[in-house]
Design a protein. Structure first.
Length: 603
């Protein structure tokens, strides 16, 4: 198909599950050889369906067709085809492959199992050692229960282990620790989702490639043969899942691998950032194989408790650093996340940060680290913003896209200057040598500061409110989007609390997503949740759609003082309207905010 120069055919892929396969680029002609009934593209496509591809799998998908045509047509001197696809539509099976030849491993299956385990174990050992040698200011404090719990999984018939937890809690450190401490009992592969193009990745091929085993004619059949005689558990760890969309893409392949490779010793461990939680039910084999002491979860990585945080701080405490108990209470609470503690130690804790939230802490630490490295702080932040936007551009609301710009001529020069300086844990060098973020949370902070700057510059308009609503909707299915939305609200509140309050008061603000999430952030270090805002939000609870607003208000301690004499009628009306759905929230609120003297006074 040849697109007209005025028609952007690939835009059709914006439809969920759309695919466009064209015979040539928009500025090229599709050739029709003399005497043939079809163009070269169409004729070769028909030949593929009728005669098959000797190098292809048993079933031909849209992806296989595109790869075949991209290999054969240029060799005939005709244009290379182009393809654009959304979601996982390119895995759609078109037809059986008439030319398929089964060359799966047979007699070599014993050797394949040995190679798969041994090669994977050696590569993982090198990776874990390199991670361990990276300079870190914090000791890793393993919990023996973590390893024991994982060993229980290995002894069970289950084949999938789902590790969940919020950003910065140490999921990556945990999977590395498991791969190291259980290495005498199992072989591991350690994959990170960021290193894959999940729209194109063939999971079976990636597992074989990790162990330096060729695909053969069919990666899944080759993997099945290599796993047939595993002598001990073989665990493929996939780190970095953070949204339902990512799980939808990779989960379908995990389902296929588990269905084809039935060896009980072959297993997966998934490290998933939450909230929001992900749903495994669309993948029946994966869901049935899940080790789940709790529904949908094998292990939930908790925050450090105060004792663990104090031990980690004091064990790595420098001569000029205060003791953990001398830190402000707000810093002690935030430092229960390993990433935040590492940032505080890197930036220094000398600045007074009493009224603080996660955004203010990261902003202070990022600026301090950049300043200490001799960087122009504003320019360096702009480079980090550009990098974040390039990686997470799909999360930037459409209403703001025209205002963003990542193509400034000085960007690459500045990025090279920054990458030449040790800015860990903010950044690191990727395997390609390019600048990369040291953690997803730093990337979300960088993009949030840009989005907040754009919103503050525009003020309260229908476009900025729509942009905030769009971010909130995205945050319901993606942990990355959730972190981005929270940082945007925090950043706007830090620079213009009046604008944040104006957003909360806007009639068009989303009452089922945007406003409730904003109110959940109305804690120490935020200013927008004034009495006026809280009173306005309480009035919104007269709508049946505002149940999440009511729940969020019940979590704000000063709602009692803000509503004054109107508090008791509001609470009774909320209980009457929403009933048992908010009963648990109401009980927790009353236990946390009132005592018997308050009740006697109000009575």
């Amino acid at each position: 198909m040849l697109g007209d120069s005025n028609t952007d055919v690939p835009d059709l892929t914006q439809v969920y599950g759309g695919c466009v396969l064209t015979s040539a680029a928009r500025d090229e002609l599709a050739l029709a050889p003399a005497g043939e009934a079809h163009t070269a593209f169409t004729g070769e496509f028909i030949r593929l369906l009728n005669e098959g591809d000797p190098q292809g799998p048993p079933e031909l998908t849209l992806r296989d067709a595109y790869q075949y045509l991209g290999r054969v047509l240029p060799a005939r001197g005709v244009p290379r085809p182009h393809q654009r696809a959304s979601e996982w539509i390119d895995d759609l099976v078109l037809a059986p492959n008439p030319a398929y030849r089964n060359l799966a491993l047979k007699d070599s299956s014993h050797d394949g199992a040995t190679t798969l385990g041994a090669n994977s174990a050696e590569r993982t050992r090198i990776l874990v050692d390199s991670i361990g040698h990276r300079q870190q200011r914090l000791p890793y404090l393993p919990n023996r229960a973590d390893s024991d719990h994982f060993r229980e999984f290995l002894d069970s018939p289950s084949r999938v282990y789902a590790i969940k937890g919020g950003g910065g809690r140490g999921k990556s450190m945990l999977v590395g620790h498991l791969a190291q401490t259980v290495a005498n009992e199992a072989d591991f592969q350690l994959h990170t989702l960021d290193s894959w193009d999940t729209t194109r990745t063939n999971l079976g091929s990636e597992i074989l490639r990790y162990a330096s085993i060729p695909d053969g004619d069919d990666a899944l059949l080759t993997l099945e043969g290599a796993c047939a005689h595993l002598s001990r558990p073989f665990v493929v760890i996939i780190d970095g899942l953070s949204s339902q969309a990512q799980l939808d893409r990779i989960g379908r392949q995990i389902d296929s691998v588990l269905r084809q490779v039935s060896a009980v010793r072959f297993r997966f461990a998934l490290a998933i950032r939450t909230p929001p939680d992900v749903e495994f039910s669309p993948f029946p084999v994966l869901a049935a194989s899940l080790y789940e002491p709790s529904p949908g979860t094998s292990y939930m990585v908790p925050d450090w408790d105060t004792r663990t945080a104090r031990e980690a701080w004091n064990r790595s405490r420098g001569d000029a650093e205060p003791s953990f108990t001398d830190l402000p209470e707000s810093i002690q609470q935030l430092a229960r996340l390993p990433l935040y503690m590492e940032l505080v130690k890197t930036a220094g804790s000398g600045t007074d940060l009493r009224e603080i939230n996660a955004f203010r802490l990261i902003d202070h630490c990022v600026r301090s680290i950049l300043r200490a490295s001799g960087q122009d702080v504003d320019r360096a932040l702009e480079v980090l913003q550009d990098l974040a936007e390039r990686e997470l551009g799909h999360l930037v609301p459409g209403q703001l896209v025209d205002s963003t710009n990542t193509d400034s001529p000085g960007h690459d020069v500045s990025a090279r200057m920054i990458s030449a300086v040790d800015l860990s844990p903010l950044t690191q060098s990727a395997s390609s040598g390019r600048l990369a973020f040291g953690h997803d949370i730093i990337r979300e902070y960088a993009l949030a500061t840009r989005i907040a700057q754009l919103m503050v510059a525009r003020g309260r308009t229908s476009a900025t409110i729509a942009a905030l609503n769009e971010l909130a909707i995205q945050s319901t299915t993606s942990a990355t989007a959730r972190g981005l939305f929270e940082f945007v609200v925090y950043a706007i509140d830090a620079h213009s609390p009046e604008l944040a309050a104006a957003f909360a008061l806007a009639p068009s603000i989303g009452v089922s997503t945007t406003l409730p999430t904003m109110l959940r952030l109305a804690r120490a270090g935020t200013q927008f949740a004034s009495d006026e805002v809280l009173i306005s939000c309480a009035k919104r609870c007269s709508s049946d759609k505002a149940i999440e607003v009511a729940r969020s208000l019940l979590r704000i301690p000063n709602i009692v003082a803000a509503l004054g004499d109107g508090y008791a009628p509001w609470l009774l009306n909320a209980l009457s309207r929403f009933g048992a759905r908010i009963w648990t929230d109401a009980v927790a609120h009353l236990e946390a905010t009132l005592d018997i003297r308050d009740l006697e006074t109000r009575a």
